[in-house]
Write a protein that binds this ligand. Structure first.
Ligand SMILES: [Zn+2]
Length: 56
């Protein structure tokens, strides 16, 4: 009984390397920080690390 959009079942979770914090990719839970050479990076709101591992 699965009538729905198949796309919704794809759930991407991004994880912080530093503390293990997890939140959906692109979620408001993640902070962002500007690094002039690199652009905008995702930053962990818990430990402030930018070592975030998302889609591999
Ligand atoms: Zn963290």
């Amino acid at each position: 009984m699965g009538t729905g959009m198949g796309d919704a079942s794809t759930k991407r979770v991004t994880r912080c390397f530093g503390c293990g914090f997890e939140a959906p990719d692109g979620s408001d839970a993640w902070a962002t920080v500007n690094h002039p050479p690199l652009g905008t990076l995702t930053q962990c709101p818990e430990c402030g690390s930018t070592d975030i591992r998302g889609r591999g």
